[in-house]
Design a protein around this ligand. Structure first.
Ligand SMILES: *Cc1c(COP(=O)(O)O)cnc(C)c1O
Length: 399
């Protein structure tokens, strides 16, 4: 066959428009929606693959748009600029890669008994099958945490704010327990975001987030991120490459856009949450409101020491009198607040805890975890506070 000057239609379709290098800097980070990257030479490919030259090879390994998001979160968590970040497809992709990086068969994990349901499930249903044992403790009792550690413990896990009681972790105290034992201290800061609390400043080795919640902030994307020292993060990154939980570039761009308004959103949502919590606390049908901004919350003083002044998170857990039936009726009576799980978005959402996020717990286990069977978790969004209070109060009045 002779060489052809004109390419066939399939060749032309596949090769599409020529991708030109843009030498100007765009204002916003471009979306590198590509699974792979072109090398100038076989030698450059060899050098990038071997790590001798910086560069991008394949988007499951690393993608510039995803990395830009993780870098931006690292800069929020550590203003000194030392910590680095790694992006993930979801909070659970971040958490599973972190735990697998730190555990081997025979390892032991210490985690709070209120730990997020997905993390609990990963530890008890998956990692347990591979010989990783977990002890769930009352993490507010530092002596109990210390007593739970064993020579084979490789992770101490904490959550800044526990779901749905909004229990605050004593991060400095826990970090001392971890440091004394030489155990990495990992903190899930999803409910707080770096606007409310930066765990690295309180002794955490790694911080993990479900970016699906406040970082993204618009309920339209799932993602996760891990931040910490470069050497530890490289181990976590390696697990992501092997398990495949890479953050997609389109999702990363949405998350990066969300970060720009994170301080504004989070501040407003936290301020609204305190007003809502205070307003509902005095309602005659309400037996309990859990929010650390209230002086009646057991961790109000601790939160005051660890958190940005005046900000206590934007989740308010409201318990009407009357148990499960009343909790479900309260949720059914809402008109503005959406009946939906998750948190952190612009729109306020509510779920009846015992039948959704804590479905696996019977009443005795709920009681042990300090959760009333009627508890309703409300994630405060960006609506006017008067409208939120009015909606929640009319639903309570109707009980
Ligand atoms: C939602 C959540 C996760 C899991 O994140 P996904 O993005 O849903 O995978 C982990 N930890 C906490 C505290 C969460 O709220």
């Amino acid at each position: 066959m002779t060489a052809r000057s004109e390419k066939g239609s399939s060749t032309r379709a596949v090769h599409g428009p020529e991708v030109r290098e843009v030498v100007q800097t765009p204002l916003t980070p471009p979306v590198y929606r590509t699974s792979t990257f072109v090398f100038d030479s076989a030698q450059q490919a060899a050098d990038v693959f071997a790590g001798r030259e910086p560069g991008w090879s394949y988007s499951r390994t690393d993608n510039p748009t995803a990395q830009a998001f993780a870098d931006a979160v690292a800069a929020l968590e550590d203003p000194s600029g030392v910590a680095v970040g790694q992006p993930f497809a979801s909070g659970m992709a971040a958490i599973s890669s972190t735990l697998l990086a730190l555990c081997s068969s025979g390892s032991h994990v210490v985690a709070p008994r209120e730990v997020y349901g997905g993390t609990w499930s990963l530890l008890t249903r998956q990692l347990a099958r591979f010989g990783v044992e977990t002890t769930f403790v009352d993490a507010t009792d530092l002596e109990a945490v210390r007593a739970a550690l064993r020579p084979e413990t490789t992770v101490l896990w904490a959550e800044v704010l526990a779901n749905p009681t909004m229990t605050v972790a004593d991060l400095p105290g826990l970090s001392v327990v971890a440091r004394d034992a030489g155990v990495p201290f990992v903190v899930d800061a999803t409910f707080a975001s770096p606007v409310v609390c930066r765990p690295l400043e309180h002794g955490a080795d790694l911080v993990v987030h479900s970016a699906t919640k406040y970082l993204g902030g618009h309920s339209d994307v799932t993602g996760g991120v891990v931040v910490g020292a470069a050497a530890l993060l490289e181990r976590v990154r390696t697990v992501r490459l092997d398990l495949g939980g890479a953050l997609a570039p389109e999702e990363a761009a949405l998350l990066t856009r969300g970060l720009a308004t994170l301080p504004l959103r989070m501040t407003r949502q936290c301020q609204t949450a305190i007003v809502v919590a205070a307003a509902l606390q005095t309602h005659p049908r309400v037996v309990r409101v859990d929010h650390p901004g209230l002086t009646t919350h057991r961790d109000h003083a601790l939160a005051g020491r660890l958190f940005t002044p005046g900000l206590y998170g934007a989740v308010v857990t409201v318990t009407p009198a009357g148990g499960r039936v009343a909790g479900m009726a309260f949720v059914d009576g809402l008109r503005l607040v959406k009946r939906a799980t998750s948190l952190g978005g612009t729109v306020s959402k509510a779920v009846h805890v015992a039948t959704t996020t804590h479905l696996q717990l019977d009443d005795a286990s709920l009681a042990a975890a300090g959760i009333d069977p009627g508890a309703v978790r409300v994630s405060i969004g960006l609506e006017d506070v008067e409208d939120l209070v009015a909606d929640l109060v009319q639903a309570l009045d109707a009980l």
